[in-house]
Design a protein around this ligand. Structure first.
Ligand code: MG
Ligand code: ZN
Length: 183
């Protein structure tokens, strides 16, 4: 079995400016390429799992999302990093339009996207890592049984009833930690 790392997109891969859908607004987070390279060097396959309710809300189309996604994957490749797959949820249970208005199993905090990746790529989730900046990411990772769940945010909400493996202010802090725990 393989081990995977599940990256949230907005807030981890790119600066979260709210419903980012244009490459002009897509600013890669400081350190994301170094982090991915280190994880690849340690044998992790890299995935993204991202809620994209902007599609459901009609802020941008599925095709616009896919175009941005292809562009983003190309930039990763230019940095020598292969993203195995991007899982995205285009739904919203109440604000979604037409076919996108469903209470799905993929929208985080549901663990659906992680579990799907686990099946499709035969991943050992206990040996896997999740990195997210939002409460929903952390909950999804824990519900999926991911072994290491890291919350990277300078604005961590308190009073949540689940606990991440560790909390870091930025990717540099996470990388310093991983250097110590990855063998
Ligand atoms: Mg996020
Ligand atoms: Zn969904």
């Amino acid at each position: 079995m393989q081990k995977g790392v599940f990256l949230d997109r907005d807030g981890i891969v790119n600066v979260d400016r709210g419903y980012v859908h244009l490459k002009e607004d897509f600013v890669f987070c400081e350190g994301i390429f170094d982090l991915c390279r280190m994880l690849e060097d340690h044998g992790f396959k890299i995935f993204m799992i991202t809620n994209q309710s902007g599609i459901a809300r009609g802020y941008f189309t599925l095709n616009e999302f896919k175009a941005l996604n292809d562009w983003m994957l190309g930039i990763f490749l230019e940095h020598g990093i292969h993203i195995s797959k991007v899982y995205y949820c285009p739904h919203h249970p109440t604000e979604g339009k037409s076919e996108f208005r469903i209470d799905c199993r993929c929208r985080k905090p549901a663990p659906g996207m992680i579990l799907q990746a686990g099946e499709e790529f035969n991943l050992n989730l206990k040996e896997s890592i999740l990195i997210g900046d939002g409460e929903r990411d952390i909950e999804a990772g824990i519900r999926a049984g991911v072994g290491q769940v890291y919350w990277v945010s300078d604005n961590v909400s308190t009073g949540v009833n689940f606990s991440p493996t560790a909390i870091f202010k930025d990717l540099a802090g996470l990388m310093a930690h991983l250097r110590g725990v990855l063998t």
